[in-house]
Ligand binder design. Structure first.
Ligand SMILES: NC(=O)c1ccc[n+]([C@@H]2O[C@H](COP(=O)([O-])OP(=O)(O)OC[C@H]3O[C@@H](n4cnc5c(N)ncnc54)[C@H](O)[C@@H]3O)[C@@H](O)[C@H]2O)c1
Length: 423
């Protein structure tokens, strides 16, 4: 087993022991049910051949077809794919969705590919993985460096191979191909809903404006910032890969969105008394109520990183920004974490709506999509709150416990030692 997966499972083991789950049942979650490693072979525009490494992991399907994104990134590797598929398993269970967890990736820098080459990689990936994909088996979605257009290519390639039109074999598609309006903002908005639901338990009081610093201003970060600013909170610092922009009186988020669109970097913002720096790390030391991670994994890697923070609480909009080695130090300094499996569950929730829409053949309206997002995150938050109070534990351990109870109930329904031991 890879190091990342082993570390991620420590949190599962802690939560399972806390709520007294049967070790034999939990052992079903220690290994992925299947991971396909395959070569994705394409022809480059200049006629040369390119062979790329690709993976698709179906981690666990106790609750339904596996679900998770496909990323194109030079740092993708098997251990990361399996760890993210494990996290998807926990997230879908926590959200109460009829999905297991999956993830996929291709080791490639998408910036090095022309649009035609990207299409060949997307279609080549589906040809390589088709035997484990399908609307009732494994349903991919976008992730880092893949979006609606890649999903359009992939769903048409899959339908070609299957010999029938299968819109619900992929989610995150363009609306014109059965995609869901509201999918793009869902992750950021969902994180804001989770923050509001859990703010008292994160030591932030029940009411009043919060000061928020944000690492990452892409899809997830931008929509979180919009939702938080609309709710009356003050965004005091934002960073992207170009650097950090900050203003203790608050940044104008719509002006920042426009600057990012026009100039490609947040540091070009010059409204109010804003200060810019070309150091993206500066945001980590910002004094604020809430620090939101919306860029990368592994940012707070150990106790030293944890102790340097100046925030009261963290929201993990990105997957695994806080590594297990930092958990205890964060608890010691009293920083509560709204964990990734709760905070960024909005995206997969609306992906579920898109999958249902594809099966039903009837379009959802935007009010129903908004209500589904709000209700799902609120219910998951309520379930986490109950376990935090029942077990006097932190938010992440409680979130894992909620997910594990649901997974273990489904696994146990096939029988446990107590049943088979009698026969
Ligand atoms: N978009 C979704 O629906 C979704 C769902 C679940 C989880 N996530 C996770 O959220 C994170 C962000 O996803 P996204 O869709 O917004 O990606 P994105 O590519 O749209 O945005 C990423 C942002 O991070 C910034 N960034 C990159 N390196 C940085 C650095 N070193 N310091 C500061 N900023 C840096 C980029 O400039 C960009 O603004 C990822 O970890 C992703 O896995 C996203």
């Amino acid at each position: 087993m890879g190091e990342l997966l082993e570390a991620a499972q420590e949190r599962m083991t802690r939560a399972a022991e806390m709520v007294g789950l049967d070790k034999e049942v939990v052992s079903h979650l220690l290994n992925p049910i299947e991971t396909l490693s395959a070569s994705v072979n394409i022809r480059r525009d200049d006629g040369s051949a390119l062979a790329l490494k690709g993976w698709r992991c179906r981690y666990n399907s106790a609750l339904g077809p596996t679900k998770g994104g496909i990323r194109f990134h030079p740092s993708v590797h098997l251990d990361e794919v399996e760890t993210l598929a494990f996290l998807m398993t926990m997230k879908c269970a926590l959200m109460g969705l009829p999905f297991g967890g999956g993830k996929g990736g291709v080791e490639v820098d998408a910036h090095d590919l022309s649009t035609m080459e990207k299409e060949r990689v997307a279609r080549g990936y589906v040809r390589a993985m088709a035997k484990i994909l399908g609307p009732d088996r494994d349903v991919p979605a976008p992730d880092v460096a893949t979006g609606e257009r890649e999903m359009a290519w992939m769903v048409s390639e899959y339908s070609e191979i299957a010999g029938s039109i299968q819109p619900h074999a992929f989610t995150g598609k363009p609306v014109s191909l059965g995609g869901m309006p509201g999918r793009t903002p869902a992750t950021g908005r969902g994180a804001h809903i989770a923050l509001e639901e859990m703010r008292d338990l994160a030591g932030l009081g029940e009411d009043g404006g919060l000061t928020i610093a944000l690492q990452g201003f892409g899809n997830a970060g931008l929509w979180f910032a919009r939702a938080a600013a609309d709710a009356g909170h003050t965004i005091v610092a934002v960073t992207d890969s170009s650097g950090t922009v900050s203003d203790p009186d608050g940044l104008d988020i719509e002006a920042l969105v426009q600057v990012k669109e026009e100039k490609g970097k947040v540091t070009a913002y010059d409204g109010g008394d804003a200060q810019s720096s070309d150091d993206p790390e500066e945001v980590l030391a910002t004094e604020c109520d809430v620090l939101v991670f919306a860029a990368l994994g592994g940012v707070i890697a150990d106790a030293e990183d944890a102790k340097a923070l100046q925030c009261k609480a963290i929201v993990e909009l990105a997957n695994r920004p806080v590594l297990p080695a930092a958990d205890k130090a964060l608890q010691d300094v009293g920083v509560e974490v709204v964990p990734d499996i709760l905070a960024n569950g909005g995206g997969v929730t609306i992906s579920h709506a898109e999958w249902v829409q594809g099966r039903q053949g009837i379009d959802w309206n935007s009010d129903d999509v908004d209500d589904y997002l709000e209700d799902t995150i609120a219910q998951a938050s309520e379930n986490v709150r109950e376990v935090m109070q029942e077990c006097d534990t932190d938010m992440r351990t409680a979130a894992y416990a909620v997910a594990l109870r649901r997974l273990c109930a489904a696994i146990s329904a096939h029988g446990t030692r107590a049943d088979f031991g009698k026969s």
